[in-house]
Design a protein around this ligand. Structure first.
Ligand code: GLU
Length: 278
């Protein structure tokens, strides 16, 4: 009697577990408009003004606002979004593995990346630039040769340095830009290079105010796209429609003001969907 009760109880637990597991995989990312499912969205956690995890655990920045708008159009409320960190070098793999449904993380559309993932957008045009100490004499790409320069693994910024901007620079590649910025402050590196949008956000942070300056060089065109899994053209279409709507209804402008205003970042006008500036 006692034993059969235990068996029955275990069977019930097993049945429950099986149901929970089935629910979990059913709900994975796809039940937005139909109810309580979650969507996983890749962003950066350490880029002020674009994608930043705040001390209270919430997220802020232009990419976060774009992602939230897109998720809404896909049928998900803000409370249904799980923001997952996708570092520069991890983005293609995170999409291929299905870790996230889409990525809004200063993710430039390039031919090389398009071989592995699809992009909706673009939704912002930025330019590669240099950030140096306020009293630095580094003012152009050539000045970097022989200097210690920091960028991030898997970024277009690091690639451009090695190929064109300053092949003889002593390039250090970290996994995130916040580490480069700490290196610039301590004197471990002489300059940091990536998109002007990102650098402006760091330079405007209270803890760095007055310490750094941007060179203002526009060394490249970085067309930010929303990365999604290769071959999901229905999703790409929906995201493009969401981005078009966001520009049309003024939410894009509002997000620009809110997130780039404090850094006085002078952004380019909203790009046309499907048009890449080479
Ligand atoms: N937008 C560039 C890229 O996609 C640099 C910024 C970043 O690493 O996210 O590589």
């Amino acid at each position: 009697m006692k034993l059969s009760k235990v068996v029955a109880a275990s069977a019930a637990v097993l049945a429950l577990t099986a149901t929970a597991t089935a629910c979990g995989s059913d709900n994975k990312d796809d039940s937005g408009s139909s109810g309580g499912g979650k969507i996983k969205v890749g962003i950066k956690y350490d880029q002020p003004g674009l994608g930043l995890k705040q001390p209270d655990g919430s997220f802020a920045g232009f990419d976060v606002d774009v992602a939230t708008y897109v998720a809404k159009e896909l049928g998900y409320k803000p409370s249904q979004i799980d923001f997952v960190e996708t570092k520069s070098a991890d983005r293609e793999n995170a999409l291929a593995r299905g870790d996230v449904k889409f990525i809004a993380a200063t993710y430039s559309i390039t031919d090389e990346r398009k071989a592995k993932v699809d992009f909706a957008g673009p939704y912002l045009l930025a330019h590669q630039d240099l950030l140096v100490k306020a009293d630095s004499k580094i003012a152009k790409g050539d000045d970097l040769n022989g200097k210690k320069l920091c960028s991030v693994t898997g970024s277009t910024s690091a690639q451009n340095v090695q190929k064109t901007i300053a092949p003889k620079a002593n390039l250090r590649q970290y996994s995130g830009y916040s580490e480069c910025i700490a290196g610039l402050q301590s004197g471990a590196v002489d300059a940091v290079t990536t998109d002007d949008s990102i650098l402006a956000g760091f330079a405007a942070q209270d803890k760095y105010k007055g310490q750094f300056k941007l060179a203002g060089l526009k060394l490249s065109n970085e067309n930010y796209g929303i990365g999604n899994k290769k071959g999901d053209s229905a999703l790409e279409k929906k995201i493009n429609a969401a981005l078009t709507k966001m520009v049309g209804d003024g939410a894009w402008d509002a997000a620009v003001k809110k997130n780039f205003g404090p850094a006085e970042y002078k952004n380019e006008p909203a790009p046309k969907i499907g048009v890449i500036v080479k």
